[in-house]
Write a protein that binds this ligand. Structure first.
Ligand code: AMP
Ligand code: MG
Length: 418
């Protein structure tokens, strides 16, 4: 049987980055930039005050201290957004607010806390006592000190975060070139399924997988499209699967195991091509992959946790590659197993676990411990809900006593190493 790593390689062999498109700056959050962002302005755009206080000529404040303040004439009052009305001459100061342009003639700002407004409270026409020596450059933010005209502020290939959005906004960049988010079709299969707003009749259950999958697609930055439920017959399944070429990816759930009514694989072979249909893993061995009309197709198994684990291992990396990411897989951490775990040696296991910082680090071998997040049946979603990692136990081994070092795939972290 195909190993998970080989299956992942086969998946990625068919996946290419999507094209770039113009995206409004705020919608680019979390996207990969397709082009450098070059500044056409200086930031700060002009020398400005870092403090509320007084603009002065530093030389005028020589010798000033608490007991011998220097008294200056206040000749202007400059608010943020104003322009200075006068330049400073010897013996003069301008009241100035944070972010306001520094008047010519001034070379320092004295913060208001070390001054005392005398006549007229330090407003224009009065005087101000300066109680500390100022040095040239004090509390002045220089033009271009953050960004200069022509600087490459963000580079192609980087992921837009909140600070990048703010930077681009400061530069007047309203839209950027970013790699497109894939449109992902989601199809559930099963005669037993009813809509989530319905009360299931005898023998029926709600279609929860379409929703967990759509949430996973959205979390990975794809755009989910719920195409509904295909009943367990070829005609119905073919009708929905043949819509794959309308999308960048198609993901189905159920109908890929050995049941008498599992028709997804047959339909895939009729209308597309199949690369593999079984992977040496648990949960969810019958992971199916191929293409329909050129669109990559994932036939995930129906058990709710198998579906989600299959998505995590195979679909999420594909979505990330389409979106232009270099890092496709979650980070992994080594952790000390807090309980005994046994498995069959014939395949790799992906157990739902909770990883935590070890209580006694640095006494422990690694800084994390991990335990099972609940009962491990693939039909049960509660442990998946509690899990913050998948404990990856390799094929070929069967016994992992408490204290073993195991590898955890961090579901609680976005980005991995290359
Ligand atoms: P299958 O792979 O079609 O044999 O389904 C395996 C198990 O998963 C069965 O118990 C199904 O009822 C269940 N299942 C399949 N599809 C869904 C779905 N969309 N939502 C919830 N459970 C499902
Ligand atoms: Mg089924």
């Amino acid at each position: 049987m195909l190993t998970v790593e080989k299956a992942q390689a086969k998946v990625l062999a068919r996946i290419a980055r999507l094209e770039a498109e113009p995206v409004a700056v705020l919608d680019a959050l979390g996207c990969v930039l397709a082009a450098d962002i070059v500044s056409d302005i200086d930031v700060a755009p002009f020398d400005n005050s870092a403090m509320d206080g007084y603009a002065v000529r530093a030389a005028d404040t020589a010798g000033a201290d608490e007991t011998h303040p220097v008294v200056l004439a206040v000749v202007d009052h400059i608010a943020a957004g104003d322009m200075p009305r006068v330049s400073l001459r010897e013996g003069e100061a301008s009241r100035i607010m944070t972010g306001a342009p520094v008047p010519s003639g001034a070379d320092a700002i004295v913060m208001v806390e070390v001054t005392e407004g005398l006549e007229h409270g330090g407003s224009t026409g009065g005087t101000v006592a300066i109680k500390r020596v100022a040095h040239a450059g004090d509390n002045i933010r220089l033009r271009g000190e953050d960004v200069r005209v022509g600087d490459v502020v963000l580079t192609a290939g980087e992921v837009v975060n909140a600070a990048s959005v703010g930077l681009m906004a400061a530069l007047g960049v309203a839209a950027v070139a970013a790699y497109r988010r894939p449109r992902v079709a989601i199809v559930s299969t099963g005669d037993e399924l009813v809509g989530i707003a319905e009360v299931p009749g005898p023998g029926k259950i709600r279609n929860s997988n379409s929703y967990s999958l759509a949430a996973q697609v959205a979390s990975a930055g794809g755009i989910p499209h719920l195409l509904g439920i295909a009943r367990d017959n070829e005609a119905d399944t073919r009708a929905l699967l043949s819509r794959a070429p309308e999308f960048d990816l198609m993901v189905t759930t159920g109908g890929v195991s050995m049941g008498d009514f599992d028709v997804v694989r047959d339909v895939l072979e009729q209308i597309g091509e199949m690369d593999f249909w079984k992977v040496a893993m648990r949960p969810g061995a019958p992971q199916t992959y191929g293409t329909i009309g050129g669109t990559p197709f994932f036939g995930l198994p129906g058990n709710p946790t198998s579906t989600m684990v299959g998505f995590e291992l195979f679909v999420r990396p594909a979505i990330r590659r389409m979106r232009g990411f270099e890092h496709l897989y979650r980070p992994r951490s080594q952790a000390v197993l807090a309980e005994d775990v046994k498995k069959k040696p014939d395949r790799g296991y992906f157990l739902r676990g909770r990883i935590e910082a070890a209580a006694e680090w640095p006494g422990c071998a690694v800084p994390y411990t991990v335990r099972l997040a609940g009962a491990q049946s693939s039909a049960m979603l509660t442990a998946m809900h509690r899990a913050n990692c998948l404990i990856s136990l390799p094929e070929g081994e069967s016994s992992f006593p408490a204290g073993s070092l195991v590898e955890c795939i961090r579901l609680d972290m976005e980005e991995g190493t290359p």
